[in-house]
Write a protein of this length. Structure first.
Length: 88
């Protein structure tokens, strides 16, 4: 799982799972939460252009390689970063 959001405005979520179908709504809360299959293109999501002048925190959990790549991108952009690791 990966989430990126400006702290002051409220969350913007991006959920990516290997077993979902494109655009499938898996859950609903105050609005639809849409899941996308495959690995994200980090340069498209974690970048300074989309969040100019905003405080950003990147939250990640998932495979170690994905989390490490996400952390590198977040640090490169000067974003705060938090990760969760689970052992199964």
């Amino acid at each position: 799982m990966f989430a990126l959001h400006p702290i002051a405005r409220g969350p913007h979520w991006h959920f990516l799972f290997g077993i979902s179908h494109e655009g499938q709504v898996m859950s609903e809360s105050s609005g639809p939460v849409i899941y996308y299959p495959g690995r994200m293109v980090l340069d498209e999501i974690v970048n300074n252009i989309a969040y100019v002048g905003k405080s950003v925190c990147v939250l990640a959990c998932g495979p170690p390689g994905l989390v490490a790549d996400t952390q590198r991108h977040a640090r490169k952009c000067g974003f705060d970063f938090h990760k969760e690791e689970f052992l199964f």
